[in-house]
Design a protein around this ligand. Structure first.
Ligand SMILES: [Zn+2]
Length: 378
């Protein structure tokens, strides 16, 4: 009987062991990106929910739930996909009805707690349409073609990657500032400088507060035929005293120092934010070929770019490491494209956190990276 019910409500996920337990809805968060809207609800383990999709609307049902007052207020979010939200309650079952602007592909799943989120999370993604990921990546290619071949030849595409975003805040500062906001600000400033330079064009991996998967960032670089990939971050450690900038370049064998390994681990675990990172086997095969062909030259070039950026960073602040460090970050694994990851300063250091939040200082940092890029090409 139980089974039959389960079959009828094919989208009902039951966790029978915890079926009687109540779940509290601790928080609602919404993130809009060009390709999807993500709804995240902090819940207890074993949450029982259903998704019922009708034309231009869907209903998220959560059974045996307790909705906190503060959570309730956050529900009424609108963006380019969500038009209106209504809540219906039937005893302890909540029905959240989302009126939509169009029809979307809906994916839902749960995520376990991590060092940034102490609750289990229920995630619902609304994608514009099937294979949106591939489409989003292919788009820039089309516009490139339109730009005419001659322009493509003459302008260098610099991929600027603002670390983290959306559900992934990155490192949290001593005074609680979030790395994701700082990286985006600096990335946009850097992009503006590049776009004002003749023969150069900047492409950002994200333009707002939403999460982009690590492998997706690489795909964006490849689809745009980028000639450089610069990932912007802010560092954090437990100590308040660590300070200064570092630049990381890729090492296939992984981190060269204990410090690099720790960092590498924290950056690469970002897939806990709801994006499946695995490249499919075909991609892996292709990547391997490209990888082998290009690795040697790419590494030398990355080393050069890293050194040029550090030279400039030294003029505006401390350096944490004087030479480019080796690490195995996923974002740096862009075949054929010289890639660096810049840790601009320590957000965990109160003084540097203040600096990272200052518009003027952000501009100085962006300018140092920009000058480093120019010198690399000299
Ligand atoms: Zn980071």
């Amino acid at each position: 009987m139980y089974r039959l019910v389960g079959l009828l409500l094919s989208l009902f996920f039951l966790n029978s062991a915890l079926a009687k337990e109540r779940t509290t809805l601790y928080d609602f968060r919404f993130w809009s990106s060009p390709e999807r809207t993500r709804i995240v609800i902090d819940v207890d383990q074993g949450v029982r929910f259903s998704i019922n999709q009708q034309q231009n609307q869907f209903t998220l049902g959560i059974r045996n739930a307790k909705l906190l007052k503060d959570t309730y207020k956050k529900l009424f979010f609108t963006d380019q996909r969500i038009k209106k939200t209504r809540v219906k309650r039937d005893d302890t079952t909540y029905q959240f009805k989302f009126k939509l602007h169009g029809q979307y592909q809906i994916k839902s799943y749960t995520l376990k707690p991590n060092d940034k989120y102490r609750h289990h999370r229920l995630v619902v993604d609304l994608y514009d349409q099937k294979n949106q990921t591939t489409k989003a990546v292919k788009k820039p290619k089309k516009s490139l073609r339109k730009d005419s071949v001659s322009k493509q030849r003459s302008s260098r595409i610099i991929l600027i990657d603002a670390g983290h975003g959306g559900e992934d805040p990155g490192a949290i500062g001593y005074k609680h500032s979030k790395e994701k906001h700082i990286t985006l600000s600096i990335a946009k400033k850097l992009a503006n400088k590049i776009n004002r330079t003749q023969g150069m064009k900047a492409v950002l991996t994200r333009r707002g507060d939403y999460y982009v998967g690590l492998t997706q960032r690489i795909r964006i670089a490849q689809a745009n035929q980028a000639s450089l990939f610069v990932s912007i971050h802010a560092d954090a450690v437990n100590s308040r005293r660590a300070k200064g900038a570092s630049v990381y370049i890729l090492s296939e064998r992984g981190g060269s120092t204990k410090f690099a390994r720790r960092l590498e681990k924290s950056q690469n675990t970002a897939d806990q934010f709801g994006v499946k990172q695995k490249l499919n086997s075909k991609d892996q095969y292709l990547n391997k070929i490209l990888w082998d062909l290009s690795r040697k030259d790419r590494d030398t070039q990355s080393q050069k770019l890293g050194a040029k950026i550090l030279q400039q960073m030294q003029k505006i602040g401390h350096l944490h490491k004087k030479k480019p460090q080796k690490a195995g970050f996923v974002v740096l694994k862009t075949p054929a494209i010289p890639s660096v990851l810049v840790e601009t300063a320590f957000i965990s250091n109160p003084e540097e956190e203040k600096r990272l939040n200052s518009n003027k200082e952000q501009d100085k940092i962006a300018n140092a990276i920009y000058q480093g890029i120019l010198n690399y090409y000299k």
